[in-house]
Design a protein around this ligand. Structure first.
Ligand code: HOZ
Length: 446
């Protein structure tokens, strides 16, 4: 069995797993009430062993668990917490909005304000529809691409994850890879048949599929910086090649910017790389920690959506005022000039520092970083697609994860998730993290 599919916990890790008594008790109760005790699989710590840490509160760059341990947080709610947790302006916006009622199922001014803000910030978006989760956004985007082009097939990339809609749960990253179930039972073969899988960073693999399925492909769907098989940057020219292929084959280029939106640049990966998709899906940061996602495109494409056009998509809580208020205040804060270079530079210090310390102790690693996203892969070989990501040694990751957790550093409990740095992280936090990493590397068995 290759490393990538091993979730076995070795003795070294087993010895490092520290029980947090209150979290342990809470987890024992939770598993009786919810599958695996969680509402999203990767949170269950299955691939690192032990039990999850139950969170009591969060502020800025820090989390506190119910056993009163404090952590420097690099999960950031899996992306949304770019300002740090519980930013006072965001909390105030939520509180003031809640005083006036929490949901109306009717238009509010906040929806238009957030829509205008998204249109201003994301270069390719002229019109936007809000939904509640990344999964919902991507599910809708696929329907939109199909409705607009009159074609059925979608090209996605192995290891990219676009939520858990049937047609996208094919060779998926994130929890599906973490748990070794990239193709879920319950997804009918007939649904998955229209999903074609290409190789990340390999435009030729896309060109071949477009030739093979001529005039049948509705869209090429990609995370412009992959984040769900760990952080994997696009090679120079790769996104440009996809843009060209999409135009040439009259198919739509779809960017899933759920992770990269407002993170790798204010205008997302499309601003950073200067490549314009036809449709963009957004999530995470756009809701400032509340459940918001969105999809947007040109007027022509978005006017396919009901009630203007025939493509149906709806939601009782879509555009919810609390969520809109949180998203709006978050994006307004992010518009302050000069924030992103500082965020990038602190993330770079972390990524380079981790590599340097790992090499000091001869730990085989490969590091990636784009904006405020980063991953330390436990493999020496360069990581540029799903296959190379899967070469990572999971046992090494487990040892590292537990040593860091025990030293107060909260990382995603999976090798195949990106780490997120926030504007609340200080140089001292980064230094403390690197000191902890040094101890972790020193004590690892390789
Ligand atoms: N699939 C999410 C990250 N890629 C995990 C979300 C969660 O567990 O909250």
């Amino acid at each position: 069995m290759p490393n990538s599919t091993q979730n076995t916990i070795d003795d070294k890790t087993q010895a490092a797993i520290t029980e947090r008594p209150k979290s342990k008790l809470a987890f024992d109760e939770a598993v009786l009430a919810m599958p695996g005790g969680v509402n999203s699989p990767v949170r269950a710590f299955k691939s690192v062993g032990g039990h999850p840490v139950f969170i009591q509160k969060a502020k800025g760059a820090y989390l506190w668990d119910i056993d009163q341990n404090k952590y420097i947080d690099y999960v950031g709610s899996w992306g949304p917490a770019i300002l740090g947790h519980a930013h006072p302006d965001v909390i105030r916006a939520i509180q003031e909005t809640a005083e006036k009622g929490t949901s109306f199922g009717a238009p509010t001014l906040l929806e238009t304000q957030l829509a205008q803000c998204v249109i201003r910030l994301v270069p390719s978006i002229e019109k936007v529809r809000f939904v509640n989760s990344g999964t919902e956004a991507l599910m809708s985007v696929i329907r939109l691409a199909r409705a607009y082009t009159g074609r059925n097939k979608i090209i996605k990339f192995a290891g990219c994850y676009h939520g858990h809609a049937d047609q996208l749960l094919v060779k998926a990253g994130s929890g599906a890879t973490t748990l070794g179930i990239p193709d879920s039972p319950g997804v009918p073969e007939s649904t998955a048949r229209d999903t074609l899988t290409a190789v990340y960073n390999d435009a030729d693999s896309v060109a071949k599929l477009l030739e093979q399925y001529k005039n049948q492909v509705a869209g090429i769907l990609i995370e412009p910086v992959a984040g769900n098989m760990g952080c994997i940057p696009p090679k120079p020219g790769f996104l440009e090649a996809l843009r060209e292929l999409a135009t040439q084959h009259q198919t739509l280029l779809i960017f899933d910017e759920v992770m990269t939106g407002f993170r790798v640049a204010l205008g997302g990966a499309q601003e950073r790389y200067g490549v314009m998709p036809d449709i963009t899906a957004l999530g995470k940061i756009i809701g400032g920690g509340l459940p918001v996602a969105a999809y947007g495109a040109s007027h022509a494409i978005m006017d396919t959506v009901a009630p203007v056009g025939p493509m149906y998509q709806a939601g009782t809580l879509s555009g919810n005022p609390l969520a809109m208020a949180a998203g709006l205040s978050t994006l307004q804060l992010l518009e302050a000039p000069g924030l992103y270079p500082g965020l990038e530079s602190i993330t770079q210090t972390l990524a380079e520092g981790l590599l340097e310390r790992a090499h000091r102790y001869h730990i085989p690693v490969y590091g990636t970083q784009v904006g405020a996203m980063t991953t330390l892969f436990f493999t020496e070989t360069p990581v540029y697609d799903y296959e190379t990501a899967l070469k990572s040694n999971r046992q090494h990751f487990q040892q590292f994860f537990w040593s860091m957790l025990n030293q107060g550093i909260y990382l995603a409990p999976s090798q195949f998730e990106a780490g997120f740095v926030s504007l609340a992280h200080t140089p001292q936090d980064i230094e403390a993290t690197l000191d902890a990493a040094e101890i972790a590397f020193q004590t690892m068995t390789v």
